[in-house]
Design a protein around this ligand. Sequence first.
Ligand SMILES: N[C@@H](CCC(=O)N[C@@H](CSC=O)C(=O)NCC(=O)O)C(=O)O
Length: 277
Amino acid sequence: MEQLSSNRSHGGMQGVYRHASAATGTDMTFSIFVPDHAPGTKLPVLWYLSGLTCTHANVTEKGEYRQACAEHGVILVAPDTSPRGEGVPDDEAYDFGQGAGFYVDATEAPWATHFSMRSYIEQELPALIGAEFSADMDRQGITGHSMGGHGALTIGLRNPGRFRSVSAFSPIVAPGQVPWGQKALTGYLGEDRAAWREYDAVALIEDGARVPELLVDTGTADQFLEVQLKPELLDGACRNAGIALTQRLQPGYDHSYYFVSTFLGDHVAWHAERLKA
Ligand SMILES: N[C@@H](CCC(=O)N[C@@H](CSC=O)C(=O)NCC(=O)O)C(=O)O
């Protein structure tokens, strides 16, 4: 693992690291904020999964989370959204290929060779974080934005024993029912829609996945609200399943990091409350 940068901020250290990933077969870069802590103590971890076109840098530079993480003693890890580099296939569209890994393990050529973001986020990166940082891997929460909100919901729903808390910002709640998701899941997994269901939060809930509660914030002025996000589908699924969903429609906010940064501190506090016990 190679440290690319390290900066003191809000009484902690903001680092950026690169490592060779066996899951993706490429180098991967992530950022991690570690609040100051007593020697020998371990801090809970909040994962933040980013959206289409993002790297680790978008939330690191625009997310404004460090004050809340320092106050609540929470580590925040922000991975990249796909493998990148020479030999990694790409697509000219912004919503497929590099920067758009959709947190799946691809099964279709040519994507299957490198696009294993599910394995990377669920297995490889947590092992690295647990080994290299003062992270208490028994106390993990997960959140994310848009495509990363989809990642947070689906990874959280598939791994309720690992994540004590799950939240999302403007998530794609039912990729199997919207254009962004249908394009990505067809490309990465093929035409068989049965294979999509473990990558679709609403389908996972319909198929029996359960977490005790979810927190979701979405802006009413989000330009993707009606076509790509469809928060009402998550309302229905959670109501039928008895999952306590707090879904807040924030008046006037759009899809940007001006929105995410306004509420990310709230989400850090919400996760901290559940991770402290
Ligand atoms: N470029 C696209 C829109 C891309 C976009 O809005 N990306 C969002 C996430 S969308 C869902 O995953 C994002 O986080 N962008 C990075 C940022 O720093 O804002 C278009 O032109 O429509």
